[in-house]
Write a protein that binds this ligand. Structure first.
Ligand SMILES: NC(=O)c1ccc[n+]([C@@H]2O[C@H](COP(=O)([O-])OP(=O)(O)OC[C@H]3O[C@@H](n4cnc5c(N)ncnc54)[C@H](O)[C@@H]3O)[C@@H](O)[C@H]2O)c1
Length: 367
């Protein structure tokens, strides 16, 4: 498997593409990451660029380069003082921008999903391998504090063998009428699988001893989708998508092991054979107590800094630490490609009435 070893640096210099809702939130988040600096910005809108420039100027950062227009992001990728290209645009442009940025010698961090087709997923993998660049996906749900605690419990063997997991993106977005709702309306499967699937793949050691092999997917009216995935070791995964009904917000985060059970939604629950049965805030407190020392320290610093969302803070902090210290990011290009490929593969299965569809091994046998 390909491993990238970037040079050691004191400060990570970021070129940020896309200053919409997520991009501006990213800009605000990075204000507290002292060893990272946003040095270049690109967007379609002059107003958004001005808002972002003003925000940075208020922090005393006046040297930022601005790129406005449909194709100007390419110039940002060519800037010598950009180490990391950080992409917060709409889904259709992610893979194209990431491939170009890597070809300019930049590491890449991509919002979710990283790509919209299996072909684009392979383009990400091939380009990362050919250019020896990191290409990571910003799957913030992999840093959810409950998930981080469950991962630690899994490492300690508290669940026994994990046989089945469930994840979801269930979020009533009926009032949202932006590009995402149009893209979702045209999609036949699960267009947004990674919030549910990313954490589950980490729990099941996917790409680290096991691999996803096949799926079946069915869509109900109103864009509800259910996808069942099989792994080489015979484990199963359920991934749900629903943005168009009043169902309460949920990512499920369900784990069934031979000795224990965990779920975050709708009610945090932990059950360990012969030891513990907890629900609600008691279950959450128990899981949060399991964090390793590094995670505890990160969460403590995030609290002291008063960050809005600890999950995003841990993600940002870990990404910067990895890139500055020559470690590969937590989420590899193989993970990004695999998790994102379910976007097209679920649609393929659902449009064939739930036919079995094979899932490519993006590691080419190095899982
Ligand atoms: N991880 C999360 O929790 C989370 C939350 C929200 C959004 N997202 C992801 O973030 C991404 C952006 O979502 P959003 O809600 O901010 O969308 P948005 O529409 O608010 O912002 C997209 C921005 O990209 C810019 N853009 C589009 N094409 C461009 C180009 N060619 N050059 C430069 N800029 C261009 C647009 O001008 C716009 O400002 C999506 O991939 C979405 O899935 C992730």
């Amino acid at each position: 498997m390909y491993f990238c070893e970037p040079a050691m640096k004191k400060k990570l210099r970021i070129g940020l593409i896309g200053l919409g809702q997520r991009g501006l939130a990213t800009l605000r988040r990075y204000a507290v990451i002292e060893d990272a600096e946003i040095v270049a910005l690109a967007d379609l809108s002059a107003d958004s660029l001005e808002r972002a420039r003003h925000f940075l100027a208020m922090q005393g950062k006046t040297e930022v380069k601005l790129f406005q227009g449909e194709s100007q992001w390419r110039q940002l990728c060519g800037e010598a003082d950009v180490d990391l290209t950080y992409i917060c645009t709409d889904w259709a442009s992610h893979a194209r921008m990431a491939v170009f940025a890597m070809q300019q010698g930049k590491d890449v961090a991509l919002e979710v999903p990283a790509a919209m087709s299996v072909k684009e997923c392979w383009q990400l993998v091939d380009t990362a391998e050919n250019t020896h660049r990191n290409c990571t996906m910003l799957e913030n749900c992999c840093y959810d504090t409950f998930h981080l605690g469950i991962m630690e419990m899994k490492r300690k063997g508290m669940f026994g063998e994990i046989c089945h997991c469930e994840g979801a993106y269930i979020h009533d977005l009926r009032q949202d009428h932006g590009w995402m709702s149009y893209t979702v309306s045209d999609h036949k499967g699960n267009p947004y699988p990674t919030h549910g699937l990313g954490p589950v793949c980490q729990l099941l050691d996917i790409n680290h001893g096991d691999k996803l092999t096949s799926l079946v997917s069915l869509s109900a009216p109103n864009k509800i989708n259910n996808t069942l995935i099989h792994t080489l070791l015979g484990k199963t995964i359920l991934i749900q998508f629903d943005e168009r009904t009043p169902r309460p917000y949920s990512r499920l985060q369900t784990l069934c092991g031979t000795k224990g059970y965990a779920q975050k939604y709708p009610l945090p629950t932990i059950q360990i054979d012969g030891q513990t049965t907890l629900t609600g805030s008691a279950a959450e407190a128990y899981v949060n107590n399991q964090h390793d020392a590094e995670t505890q320290a990160l969460l403590q610093t995030g609290k002291e800094l008063g960050v809005e969302n600890l999950m995003n803070y841990v993600m940002d902090r870990r990404l910067v630490d990895c890139l500055l210290n020559g470690r590969k990011p937590d989420i590899s290009v193989y993970d990004a490609a695999l998790w994102s490929s379910i976007t097209e593969l679920s649609a393929l299965s659902a449009s064939r009435g739930g036919a079995l569809v094979e899932i490519p091994d993006f590691t080419r046998g190095h899982y």
